[in-house]
Design a protein around this ligand. Structure first.
Ligand SMILES: [Zn+2]
Length: 146
């Protein structure tokens, strides 16, 4: 599965990460899964920046109430949860031991935005199933959707 984002959506996540720095920022990406060459392919339609209930520079937890409302809206609008994103303030864009423990959604992608080099944020996406990490492609379309 490859995740497709617009540059606007990408910038929104990076802005969110910078706003929360040095705490980790977290949120959800919802959209449509579209089959492509027999594999699942996801096109992001909506970014849900959320409160990190831990307010921590080393870990994150989606605010439960915000998460509940977002899940309801995603369902009502006929979308799917495509990815959960969070930022790393000082470490690379790779899942930490804590991230592995907290990866409760095997069908979702985990996006990590690293601000270790604050001038040059990096974004990577992973699928985490039973502690096994697999990197996925992220495609960024360099224009806004209408
Ligand atoms: Zn992490």
């Amino acid at each position: 599965m490859a995740l497709h984002l617009t540059n606007g959506q990408t910038e929104e996540m990076i802005r969110h990460a910078r706003r929360e720095y040095p705490d980790e920022a977290c949120g959800l990406l919802a959209g449509k899964a579209c089959p492509e060459q027999g594999r699942r392919d996801g096109r992001v339609e909506k970014v849900y920046p959320m409160t990190n209930a831990e307010h921590s520079p080393v870990t994150y937890r989606l605010d439960p109430e915000e998460q509940y409302h977002a899940f309801m809206e995603i369902e009502e609008e006929g979308r799917e949860l495509l990815a959960i994103y969070h930022s790393h303030s000082h470490s690379p864009a790779y899942p930490s031991a804590t991230d592995l423990e907290l990866a409760f959604y095997p069908d979702s992608l985990y996006i990590i935005i690293s601000l270790a080099d604050r001038a040059r944020p990096t974004i990577r996406a992973f699928r985490i199933v039973e502690g096994v990490i697999e990197e996925e492609r992220v495609e960024i379309t360099l224009f806004e959707e209408a």
